[in-house]
Design a protein around this ligand. Structure first.
Ligand SMILES: O=C(O)c1cc(=O)[nH]c(=O)n1[C@@H]1O[C@H](COP(=O)(O)O)[C@@H](O)[C@H]1O
Length: 237
């Protein structure tokens, strides 16, 4: 899979997203999340694929197994390269998600990769313990979800850079560690709590980084993307 930084297209509508992407080469990896998908539907993914972009469709499914299975059957035909669910939906739900994707992938077509969100990068250990009543460390909770996702034969997880190393030790280097919460040094964290730089992500075992506002809100988004990609390739701090 394309290992370029994944740009989170958190825009209000298709025109804004496509106009933002004009300076970017085809082959760039982009993420369509809830905001854009709920507004534009599958058409936004068709447009991006037509223009040669790789697409992570980030809808974070979390429901009973039967519902997630049928939803994944529908999503399989949208044409995304990567989709996700919440690991907290449980192993039966993750099994069902994969089954649904297999059913929905047209004969001979390529099944999108599927990953599970562990603990959101906006969650701290203290908040997890207090609100979710999980009494382990945050790292252990993320690792537990990663093992559960791997047992369900998912392709990897969404986690923060801080947990990527221990997941690599337990689940292997091939298992995807897709890490949002990326910020350049001295940038505002906004609502993110478990953050790291692209260079740290590279060192600590991420397989992919997801970057939104550091690129989309930059004065020169292409230059910001190129600097992030340079650090991510191990070419700078
Ligand atoms: O699944 C995700 O992509 C995701 C999971 C997670 O734990 N944290 C997280 O930030 N994300 C997404 O990654 C993007 C991060 O955006 P920025 O904080 O602007 O870089 C957003 O589109 C989030 O929806």
């Amino acid at each position: 899979m394309n290992t370029s930084p994944i740009i989170a297209l958190d825009f209000e509508h298709q025109e804004a997203a496509l106009s933002f992407l004009k300076p970017f080469e085809s082959g760039t990896f982009v993420k369509v999340g809830m905001q854009l998908f709920y507004k534009e539907g599958p058409a936004i993914v068709y447009h991006l694929k037509e223009q040669g972009f790789d697409v992570f469709l980030d809808l974070k499914l979390h429901d009973i197994p039967n519902t997630v299975k049928s939803a994944m059957t529908s999503l399989a035909s949208v044409g995304a390269d990567l989709v996700n669910v919440h690991a907290a939906g449980g192993s039966f739900m993750m099994d069902a998600a994969l089954e649904g994707l297999d059913i929905g992938t047209a004969a001979g077509g390529t099944r999108p990769s599927i990953i599970a969100v562990t603990q959101l990068t906006s969650t701290t250990e203290e908040q997890m313990q207090r609100e979710q009543l999980i009494q382990t460390s945050l790292n252990d909770s993320v690792l537990h979800y990663a093992k559960l996702a791997q047992t369900s034969k998912l392709d990897g997880v969404v986690c923060s850079v801080l947990e990527a190393g221990s997941i690599a030790e337990v689940c292997g280097n091939e298992f995807l560690k897709v890490t949002p919460g990326i910020r350049l040094a001295n940038e505002a964290a906004h609502d993110q709590k478990r953050i790291a730089t692209p260079a740290e992500a590279k060192k600590m075992g991420s397989t992919h980084i997801v970057v939104g506002r550091s690129i989309t809100e930059a004065a020169d988004p292409l230059a910001a993307y190129q600097e992030i990609a340079r650090q991510w390739k191990g070419l700078g701090k």
